[in-house]
Design a protein around this ligand. Structure first.
Ligand code: TYC
Length: 106
């Protein structure tokens, strides 16, 4: 390959590396999904315990999930979002409820 082409390629690699350094870390939405079995009170408990909502806000979000199928609980870095999903999933499983909590790139 010509010297000029190699220089061009190297510049691209440098640019990409710099871009990664400058970029804000990606954010993730954490959502609750509706099902027919998890008690409403349990969902409110999840929202107050893991997403620091007061009971009015938690009731509002629970009803959004119930009527619309899903709702946003919070937006976090990848690591925090994974931890929330894990905590909620374990808590639901331990109480034998089918409640599902998922994350998606914001
Ligand atoms: N649909 C459930 C019921 O009628 C309540 C519910 C709300 C379940 C939110 C899950 O994420 C959920 N008991």
């Amino acid at each position: 390959m010509s010297n000029l082409n190699e220089q061009h390629d190297t510049q691209h690699l440098v640019d990409d590396a710099l871009k990664d350094e400058i970029k804000e870390p990606a954010k993730y939405h954490v959502l609750l999904l509706n099902d027919d079995y998890t008690p409403m009170d349990f969902v409110i408990e999840v929202l107050t315990r893991f997403f620091n909502m007061d009971s009015d806000k938690a009731t509002d979000v629970m009803l959004t999930v119930h009527y619309k199928g899903k709702a946003l609980c919070g937006t976090y870095s990848a690591e925090i979002a994974e931890t929330k999903v894990d905590q909620v999933s374990r808590f639901a499983f331990e109480h034998q409820h089918p409640l599902k909590c998922v994350m998606e790139k914001a």
